[in-house]
Design a binder for this molecule. Structure first.
Ligand code: SF4
Length: 336
């Protein structure tokens, strides 16, 4: 059986200028797979400029890779047409960062939920449409009687984001791309939304690619993690292993910048400090070399991924004594 999703050596380069003389590699040689019958939550983490949002746009088919291919259920998504394209549009849904952006202030929640029902002909009658709305709202922990008929300004940010998830759920998605879904929601409501996403995976069989800069939420929600820096995979593996014992200097830096309440560590206890100068960002060799305190001569060459443990790999010459794992085989060490 084909995988639900497969990225095969995907790169995305943005060119600028009339003669396209300058270019930025937003994503470089990323491969990953999600199995069809094993719904999971995979985090893609990194700072702004890491390529996370480019990855989300590629997965949704909004932009095309410069190199490589993306397959959904075995079909190249850039070549989908007719019924296959409609099925892809229905089965692959997104929840974005801003819970306010998708709401028109003049329409009630009913309108927002009825649009996908009509567009994808999900109900034969108004009664059936209402039942589907009720089910979707209940699945995300909202009471339909308190939610339907209300305008956006009558709802909290957390309620709006859960309505966005309910809207995606109406379409019975197989894959949800959640791009920073809790970053604009009050801290008190974040756990609620994350639990809603976890319920989708557990109870509705939805695989989720959770895109974030926030490793604390990644730790609580995901099974596996891929850490990106300037478009390249720095580290990947089991979320527990990577966050509790990060092996790449960049991941250590990310983790050390967060106050952790429960990992037997103190904020800032790591001795690793990034070098201040980022002026000589390089496109050859290790992308992190201009910030890395351990940079060596060999780092002028692009480091491969070294498999450090059964479920952990890092792209760093500090681990050169470990076996190399090809980018295409990265998913083999990610738990589901
Ligand atoms: Fe630092 Fe070199 Fe490792 Fe890159 S490959 S993170 S520059 S030690």
């Amino acid at each position: 059986m084909a995988d639900l999703l497969e990225l095969r050596n995907v790169s995305k380069v943005y060119s600028r200028g009339v003669l396209q003389k300058s270019s930025t590699t937003a994503l470089s040689d990323v491969s990953l797979t999600l199995a069809e019958n094993e719904p999971t939550i995979m985090t893609v983490a990194g700072e702004s400029g890491s390529g996370k949002t480019t990855l989300a746009m590629l997965l949704l088919g909004f932009i095309e890779p410069t190199k490589g291919q993306i397959f959904y259920k075995g079909q190249d998504i850039s070549k989908l047409s007719g019924g296959d394209r409609i099925a892809f549009r229905r089965e692959v849904q997104a929840v974005f960062q801003d819970p306010f952006a998708v709401f028109n202030p003049f329409y009630t929640v009913d309108h927002l939920l009825s649009v996908p029902i009509e567009r994808f002909k999900l109900a034969k009658s108004k009664r059936e449409a209402r039942a589907k709305m009720d089910d979707a709202l209940t699945a995300v922990g909202l009471r339909p009687e308190d939610t339907l008929g209300r305008f956006p300004h009558q709802l909290s940010g957390g309620q709006r984001q859960r309505i966005n998830v309910a809207r995606a759920l109406l379409l019975k998605p197989r894959l949800l791309i959640a791009d920073e879904p809790v970053s604009m929601v009050d801290a008190s409501l974040r756990a609620n939304i994350l639990e809603t996403l976890r319920n989708l995976q557990r109870n509705h069989g939805v695989s989720i690619i959770y895109i974030t800069h926030d490793l604390t939420t990644a730790f609580h929600i995901a099974k596996s993690i891929i850490v990106l820096y300037r478009g390249q995979v720095m580290e990947a593996g089991d979320v527990d292993a990577v966050i509790k014992a990060p092996q790449h200097p960049y991941t250590r830096l990310l983790i050390d910048s967060i106050p952790w309440p429960d990992l037997n560590r103190r904020w800032g206890e790591s001795e690793l400090k990034a070098r201040e100068s980022e002026s000589s960002e390089t496109n050859t060799g290790c992308r992190f070399s201009s910030r890395c305190p351990y940079v060596m001569d060999v780092c002028q060459q692009q480091p491969p991924l070294f498999q450090i443990a059964e479920r952990q790999a890092a792209s760093c010459y500090l681990h050169a004594s470990h076996p190399i794992i090809e980018a295409e085989r990265l998913s083999e060490l990610l738990p589901v």
